[in-house]
Design a protein around this ligand. Structure first.
Ligand code: UDP
Length: 483
């Protein structure tokens, strides 16, 4: 039997910021323990990461090896790849191309891969792994509640709770979803559950990928037992081996100890001038408003948001991604973002893309107006910042429910997102109920941060994952693969 050989793990995320972030962090956590990493990015994202980050130099420090490799996303070179484009990868043609490239890479790679950690949406990777006899772990980077809801769609259809009829009251309670009984309404389901046709291709794909990922060797989730205990118990009835190792950003910080310095892995250039602006503001006086990497908003929505912020009694830091405003400059001589910036210079600051974790941990920030992406939600939990939720799509509707109904560390404005609502909720969180929300957010942050310290639940779960990978690499005979 071989001894002393370091395991080799291949990571393969979906090429979107919110899926890549936790994958890169998990890869680094494994690299810290001497595991060799090959990290796959699409050609397009690889180029952007090299342009805006020092990723290659950062990972060169790991003695066992941390190699960045690229793979096709199956789409033509001139595809714009902007907004919420990545589901196109799962159409037959592109998916076949990616699957073939992955297979070829795994056959040729030296040293051979002992195990793969792939995004749970890459169902085809499970087929390749089975064919080549490589153990595979699925990392579901969105929330466990979203995983569980998606998994349970067929059961909700069976129970007559889905589909939601067009004319129905969206406040109807969903009662057959075990673990999620706390005032869970139709409007709190992930956005795709609002479809009136459950035969819709996207829903079928989602259910298929979710159920398939439960059949991997194990499921990795970015959460802690303390945050999602009841849901994790339900998920474990279907996937016996679940590693809850999050929040992954806090885990990375905890494992690096004194050596930790934040490393940016973002696809846009961070505008750090907002930190200098925050330095000039008083403690907990600023609302940070940011809507992630995929959402787009109409010009009208941006203006409603801006008025809500300007009319509130709080200063604000607003992120408006360059590609995020639909029809921004059509027929206009003036750039709407610049115009808003000029009008509210004394009240707020606007940037294209922020160093989000640093912003959330800045003492001047007292609240986070968020689209409720799962990474953003966890980053705010870890920093102890209360949230005002304006969810757009996907798991965001269910995440904002967790924030407001389960954890009670913020407010949820879903489906009524106008200037009056923004103003009211910002004032509630930043002024009228400030101490109440600050207290609950601080308590949850304490509990969550304990989970990633030595002997904490997420810390132990990650140790178990690392131990299992090591054991697996010793037991798995290195196959001779015939291409
Ligand atoms: N992010 C950032 N700067 C920004 C906006 C977002 O660094 O200006 C990061 C944020 O910290 C988070 C990720 O991008 O880690 C967005 O992931 P999330 O799951 O919140 O939302 P998604 O982009 O997938 O909708």
């Amino acid at each position: 039997m071989e001894t002393g050989r370091c395991p080799h793990v291949l990571f393969f995320p979906i090429p979107s910021q919110g899926h890549m972030n936790p994958m890169i962090k998990l890869a680094e956590l494994l690299a810290l323990t001497g595991i060799r990493i090959t990290f796959l990015n699409t050609h397009h994202n690889h180029e952007r990461l090299l342009k805006f980050t020092n990723m290659a130099a950062h990972f060169a420090r790991y003695p066992a090896g941390f190699e960045l490799r690229t793979i096709t996303d199956g789409l033509p070179e001139d595809h714009p790849r902007s907004g919420h484009w990545f589901p196109e990868m799962f159409e037959d043609g592109p998916e076949m191309k990616i699957k073939q490239s992955l297979r070829e890479m795994l056959v040729d790679i030296i040293p051979p891969v002992d195990c793969m950690i792939v995004d749970a949406f890459l169902g085809f990777a499970l087929d390749v792994a089975r064919e080549l006899g490589i153990p595979i772990f699925c990392f579901r980077t969105s929330s466990p509640c979203c995983f569980w809801t998606s998994y349970s769609i067929p059961d909700m259809i069976q129970a007559g709770e889905l589909p939601i009829k067009g004319s129905e009251d969206m406040d109807r309670l969903i009662t057959t979803l075990p673990g999620m009984e706390t005032h869970f309404r139709c409007r709190d389901l992930p956005s795709y559950c609002r479809a009136t046709d459950m035969e819709d291709a996207f829903i079928k794909l989602l259910v298929k990928q979710t159920r398939k990922s439960a059949k991997a060797n194990a499921l990795i989730l970015n959460t802690a037992e303390e945050l999602d205990g009841p849901i994790l118990s339900q998920i474990r009835t279907q996937c016996p081996n679940v590693y809850a190792i999050g929040p992954i950003n806090a885990q990375l910080k905890s494992r690096n100890g004194e050596l930790y310095h934040h490393f940016s892995n973002t696809l846009w250039e961070e505008d750090k001038t907002c930190i200098s602006w925050l330095n000039k503001q008083s403690n907990r006086s600023v609302t940070y408003a940011c809507f992630g990497s995929l959402t787009s908003m109409s010009r009208e929505q941006l203006i409603e948001l801006w008025y809500g912020l300007v009319n509130s009694n709080s200063k604000f830091l607003l992120v408006v991604r360059p590609d995020s405003v639909i029809g921004k400059d059509e027929g206009e001589d003036v750039d709407v973002v610049k115009e808003l910036f000029d009008k509210s210079k004394d009240r707020g600051y606007i940037v294209d893309w922020a160093p989000q974790e640093a912003v959330l941990n800045h003492p001047a920030v007292g609240g986070f107006l968020t689209h409720s992406g799962w990474n953003s939600t966890l980053e705010a939990v870890v920093a102890g910042v209360p949230m005002i939720c304006w969810p757009y799509f996907g798991d965001q509707q269910v995440n904002s429910w967790i924030v407001s109904e389960v954890w009670r560390i913020g407010l949820d404005m879903k489906d009524v997102c106008d200037r009056k609502m923004v103003e009211k909720m910002v004032n509630d969180v930043m002024v009228d109920r400030k101490e109440e929300f600050a207290k609950s957010a601080a308590e949850l942050a304490k509990l969550t941060n304990q989970s990633v310290r030595v002997d904490g639940s997420s810390y132990c779960n990650l140790d178990r994952l690392i131990g299992d990978i090591r054991e697996m690499s010793l037991k798995t005979p290195q196959k001779v693969i015939v291409s």
